[in-house]
Design a protein around this ligand. Structure first.
Ligand SMILES: NC(=O)c1ccc[n+]([C@@H]2O[C@H](COP(=O)([O-])OP(=O)(O)OC[C@H]3O[C@@H](n4cnc5c(N)ncnc54)[C@H](O)[C@@H]3O)[C@@H](O)[C@H]2O)c1
Length: 330
């Protein structure tokens, strides 16, 4: 599908309405957010440079007269100023998202995640945007063994990606303190759900589900006792919507987590059970260097500042995802 050239389109049809802008709209989380905002009756502009996005993720959104997709890059300040005219809330999801690639090209990661976010904040300030919700990451905590990860902990990122999220968060908070721009940074833990592509860089869940549904055994690196905090994408969307409205959240960085660790062994057994493939053997390979053993987030601040608690536990999220995968509607 051909996307409109930003300079020519510039959101003509959606002007003079209260609008949301979702950056990274064609990505995993961005596209789920776009669908939910449209379902709530909002008018939405989706921005994506298609670096890692897929226009099919927006198949349903593109049928809505309240949605416009713009192909553009958050490193392009003039374009941002153009599309933010009349925008009420910016949900900033666009990013260089691969931790391993960030080690290979730290400069590019910085340009997109730090300078790009700074552009988004500057344009939002100039265009009097009411709220900016920024997608940060639990990668800001690095490999600290302290559990659960609380927002007050010292941040010790270990990858260029983690550093870029710390810097971008700090800009969000400073823009609130210095210019009064209302920003909220959400530190997502391990998000899973429909449209997470099973590329080597994406979540383990979509990779395992594809394998299991094809009748292949999943392979765990290490002994499977390592744990993560998995949060379903529909809950991440809910946290974003709450963050756009809550006054208590302004100027803060807040964990978006389930608050519960799930081991790789438990997660894999659950997937085998839900897919009715319990006969498949789980394979084990050597642990990968640098893998963090355990991580889960504290959820107190999300509860007090956002009134957020997840609707989906891992099992319910997996059931929903596997049902959707089976229907091929993702
Ligand atoms: N998926 C997770 O588990 C997770 C965890 C923590 C944080 N996050 C953060 O959430 C956000 C969304 O992640 P995702 O998993 O949906 O990733 P994704 O890669 O599916 O989506 C990111 C989107 O941003 C777009 N993009 C990249 N560079 C851009 C640029 N310069 N200009 C415009 N668009 C650009 C990509 O094309 C892609 O569609 C990211 O900021 C990511 O760092 C995700």
């Amino acid at each position: 599908m051909l996307l409109p050239d930003i300079r020519k389109t510039c959101v003509i049809s959606l002007s003079n309405q209260s609008k949301a802008l979702v950056t990274g709209a064609a990505g995993f989380i961005g596209s789920n957010l776009v669908d939910a905002l449209l379902a709530n009756g909002k008018t939405v502009i989706g921005l994506d440079n298609m670096f890692n996005g897929h226009v099919e993720n927006l198949d349903s959104a593109l049928k809505s007269p309240k949605f416009e997709l713009v192909k553009g890059d958050i490193r392009d300040m003039d374009m941002l100023l153009d599309i933010m005219k009349g925008v009420d809330v910016v949900y900033h999801e666009a990013a260089f998202t691969s931790v391993s690639q960030s080690v290979k090209t730290p400069q590019l990661c910085n340009d997109i995640n730090v300078t790009g976010t700074l552009n988004v904040l500057n344009a939002a300030r100039i265009r009097d945007v009411r709220r900016v919700v920024f997608a940060s990451s639990s990668a800001v905590y690095g490999d600290s063994p302290v559990l659960p990860k609380t927002e007050e902990m010292p941040l010790k990122p270990i990858s260029p990606y983690g550093v870029s999220k710390v810097a971008a968060e700090a800009y969000c908070i400073a823009y609130h303190q210095t210019y009064g721009l209302k920003t909220v940074a959400l530190r997502y833990f391990n998000v899973f759900g429909p449209r997470q592509k099973d590329s080597p860089y994406s979540g383990v869940i979509s990779i395992f589900i594809s394998k299991i549904l094809q009748g292949n055994s999943p392979t765990i690196y290490g002994d499977g006792t390592q744990s993560r905090d998995f949060i379903y994408v529909k809950d991440v969307v809910k946290a974003n919507v709450l963050a756009a409205a809550s006054e208590k959240a302004v100027g803060k960085a807040i964990n978006v987590a389930s608050g519960k660790p799930t081991t790789m062994n438990d997660l894999t057994r659950l997937m085998l059970k839900i897919c009715k493939k319990e006969h498949l053997k789980i394979l084990y390979e050597d642990k990968r260097p640098g893998d963090i053993l355990h991580s889960y987030g504290d959820t107190m601040l999300a509860r007090s500042a956002l009134d957020f608690s997840p609707d989906y536990d891992v099992a319910r999220g997996l059931e929903d995802l596997i049902k959707l995968t089976g229907k091929k509607s993702i």
